[in-house]
Design a protein. Structure first.
Length: 200
């Protein structure tokens, strides 16, 4: 990642989050530059080599069950690696934690998604994490499940659930950027225009 790439990335972060602390901005630049100088970290651009010992937003876990309702109205369940969507503060106190699945990229290629577009994060609902550990996976923001916080902690304590990675600062900002683009991108102007007028 050269200087122009760093500026482009930090600029994107500032545009998405205009209230970002200037200190956080400088730390982001510092973190990106650090990666260029550390051979080991180059392999894991977006994740920490050591995971946090607490639940943090963006953490990826070994496997939990996910459920969704199909076109026939039937519950469909599958097991998948999972990314914690809940805010870190909420993960300490809320009864339920929110997760999205981390699915093999091959699944989406079979459905007709272009691999290069997946890797370049061209699809708003899908998040590709540039990480050696997860280069074969994509996060799907469209399937959202809640799981008891107490259950998650029990599974971790009993070694039935493992935290695979924690995001570093770059990975975390990239995650927030994709999350913002998917869930909070501006509506179509014509839709917003229709919102202006009240039905009589």
């Amino acid at each position: 990642m050269n200087k122009s790439s760093i500026d482009e990335f930090v600029g994107m972060v500032k545009e998405l989050f205009p209230s970002i602390d200037p200190y956080a901005e400088s730390k982001t630049r510092e973190a990106v530059k650090h990666i260029q100088d550390d051979t080991r970290e180059k392999l894991e651009t977006c994740t920490r080599t050591n995971v946090f010992n607490f639940l943090a937003q963006g953490d990826i876990f070994s496997e939990i069950p996910f459920t969704f309702v199909d076109e026939e109205g039937n519950d469909r369940q599958f097991n998948s690696k999972a990314l914690l969507l809940s805010n870190t503060c909420d993960a300490e106190r809320e009864r339920l934690l929110v997760f999205v699945p981390v699915i093999p990229i091959e699944t989406f290629k079979k459905e007709g998604f272009d691999e290069q577009n997946l890797i370049n994060n061209k699809y708003t609902k899908l998040f590709y994490l540039p990480s050696l550990s997860f280069q074969s996976y994509v996060v799907d923001f469209n399937i959202v499940n809640c799981v008891s916080r107490q259950l998650i902690n029990k599974l971790i304590e009993s070694n039935k659930l493992k935290k695979d990675v924690t995001l570093n600062l770059i990975g975390y900002y990239l995650f927030l950027a994709k999350l913002t683009v998917h869930f909070m991108r501006p509506e179509d102007p014509s839709v917003n225009n229709d919102r202006i007028y009240l039905e009589v």
